[in-house]
Design a protein around this ligand. Sequence first.
Ligand code: PLP
Length: 378
Amino acid sequence: MTQQDIRTKLVHAGERRGLPEAQPVATPIYASATFTYESMADIDQVFSGEKQGFIYTRYGNPTTAALEEAVRAVEEGATACAYATGMAAVHAALLACDLRSGSTVLASQDVYGATTSLLNSILVNFGVKTVHVDFSDLDTVRAKARELRPQVLIAETISNPLLKVCDIEACVQIAHENGARLIVDNTFASPYLCQPLKLGADMVVHSATKYLSGHADAMGGLVISRDEMDAPALFSVMKLVGGVLGVWEAHEILRGLKTLALRMERQCENASKLASYLKENRKIGRVHYPGQGALVSIELSDDTRDAAFRFMDGLKMCVRSTSLGDVFTSVLHPATASHRDLLPARRRELGIVDSLVRISVGIESIDDIIADIEQALA
Ligand code: PLP
């Protein structure tokens, strides 16, 4: 080949070199939107599915595929698909259950606020009806499922912010008796504490932004299904709606997964000690702690928004943050954050009082966490 011009070299030099013989021990970030092959025949075979390979990152990418495989293995599913956020994953799971005009969804009244809004302000416009019930009242769930014959039941393993634990096996039975599929948002428990597919759920959703990544530096979502048959539908939503997980985020989440067990062990132990401490404190009216997990919600004796704000403003180490599941302890005020859009009467009905504060317990020393909370309460 003749000597190339500097303008050509700047674009091509050093690119597309073959992989060295050495295997990288950590999955590299394949920051490439597209992939090339030796010949058009190869590309044609990859497009047709005769040959495995990557073509275009919206259809799949090696870094993202490594994360999908890791989460599939951990949740013990048949297939997994990654999306840009937890909400993109919730949306994909619902669409992959073949919702269409005339379908009904039976949803826990406690599902994440944006999931409720997705159902009631977007999917409703496409003819999908949603009915919300209290999933801790299984008789009502059963009766509503018989009456409505929903296509999908959707619930969360541990509800936000009152931390009610879902009886997944009972919900599986109700769903399947009535020809419905059960989607479980497992974000609050993480696969370290619960694997809903093993209990019979059909699909699991994660906001990977939370415990899976664990460091508040990446957003992402995953859907894992027990049935390989869901793979084409999940893939189609990824490819055609286009809410694809970025490769940098896939790498961050894959790295986060490696320490999930260590983080969860410490966070759950800290949460248990914190809950015991809080139950003894006279400034606390009520402690919500299900005996497992790394979240604790508290109601103050002075049940006002001002008291909650004073407590939260008084914290010096714990972070005021609208997320959870991070290595640091963080606090959130549901009445003005996750449940802000509800009418006050509806909030009260759901038990979300003005002084409620949700604490996501981190990996710090429990003594420092308690000391910070104690001084803020004082
Ligand atoms: N599901 C639950 C239980 C959540 O708490 C959240 C976010 O807080 C989501 C889904 C949505 O996740 P993301 O913010 O990554 O879109």
